[in-house]
Design a protein around this ligand. Structure first.
Ligand code: UT7
Length: 323
């Protein structure tokens, strides 16, 4: 029997505390006008002291399970895309499994920075369509605020904390009737590590390190790489750009999204954007934006959705799915 991975539900969680551009302008040399004009960001959420990536992940996962009409015990695979794990080991996915009270299935993290959720969708789709697992929780969760240098205005104004989750299920392809993850495309160019990285780590410095970025170089790469990935998934799936209903991009910068929309001849009213209220939540940004589109009734069953991201590595990728 041929199997397809379909999205059965989604969930989102944002920490209570909000940090506005105005707040930031009191601690670093920046302004609300600069941040809005250059990025589209107005405010971001910040995890509370003692609130960990796994806590955000569990809240998003619980909402996703509820929307799928499932219990944690129905899940036999948990994959968490994160760059900000609770601990160096075990994986955040293992911690989430215990906190959710999920069954003893497989659980592991994926580390592809902001592209993590696209890498995770592609990976989980293969686990499900091979028949190895039946129902997966796929979570993008980050507490990026913990790896920011709060004195570096070039990076600290960009990121926020949050989590988003999908429940994916293996279904008979004939019964799925065209729904499901259709195609994905993943890339990494490790030679570009200097453009965006963290200056610390377990093996090198025994510290966590802070985010360092050559923003304008990353910006140029982003528009190029993301457009390339989107064109590839569209072509390989044998569809046309005009078939796409919704575009759910990684929320790094409103100007990157606009550049990509223009390059691909998409319409701006097809974009699901959460950047103004959330900033860049790294691996969490795609499921957070997707859930916003579902919650307000824009994304509906049967719609064709295109996802994309680019991040540290450099990594980049895109995925196409029918809801
Ligand atoms: O999700 C992972 C992928 N990440 C991204 O895709 C981020 C990609 N990069 C970007 O989004 C943009 O490059 C930034 C938003 C980070 C920066 O925007 P930019 O238009 O590329 O600005 P820039 O880095 O070229 O800096 C322009 C000026 C500089 O001043 P001078 O040298 O012209 O005097 C910066 O020092 O803006 C200055 N600047 C700031 N000014 C006020 C940099 N950060 C700030 C700030 N507030 N927060």
């Amino acid at each position: 029997m041929s199997l397809t991975a379909i999205v059965r539900g989604c969930g989102a969680y944002l920490p209570e505390k909000i940090l506005t551009n105005e707040d930031l302008s009191k601690t670093v040399d920046t302004s609300d006008a600069w941040i809005r004009e250059r990025t589209g960001i107005r405010e971001r959420h910040i995890a509370a002291d003692g609130e960990y990536t796994s806590d955000l992940a569990v809240k998003a996962a619980q909402e996703a399970l509820q929307s799928a009409g499932m219990e944690a015990s129905d899940i036999d695979l948990i994959v968490v895309a994160t760059t900000t794990p609770d601990l160096t080991f075990p994986s955040t996915a293992a911690i989430v499994q215990a906190k959710l009270g999920a069954g003893i299935g497989a659980a592991f993290d994926i580390q592809a920075v902001c592209t993590g959720f696209v890498y995770a969708i592609s990976t989980v789709e293969k686990f499900l369509t091979s028949g190895q697992h039946k129902r997966a929780l796929l979570i993008g969760a980050e507490t990026f605020s913990r790896i920011l240098d709060w004195t570096d205005r070039a990076t600290c104004v960009l990121f926020g904390d949050g989590a988003g989750a999908f429940v994916l299920e293996a279904q008979d392809t004939a019964a799925a009737a065209g729904r499901g993850v259709m195609n994905s495309y993943l890339r990494c160019d490790g030679r570009q590590v200097d453009l965006l990285h963290v200056d610390g780590g377990v093996s090198s410095t025994q510290t966590t390190g802070h985010v360092r970025m050559q923003g304008n170089k990353v910006f140029r790469e982003a528009v190029l790489r993301i457009s390339e990935a989107m064109q590839r998934v569209i072509e390989e799936a044998g569809i046309k750009v005009t078939d796409i209903d919704w575009f759910v991009p990684h929320q790094a910068n409103e100007r990157i999204i606009k550049g990509v929309v223009k390059k691909l001849d998409l319409r701006t009213d097809q974009v699901i954007s959460t950047i103004s209220g959330q900033g860049n939540t790294s691996a969490a940004s795609i499921p957070l934006a997707y859930c916003a589109g579902v919650a307000d009734g824009r994304i509906k069953k049967g719609d064709l959705v295109l996802l994309e991201a680019m991040g540290g590595g450099l990594t980049w990728g895109a995925a196409l799915m029918r809801v």
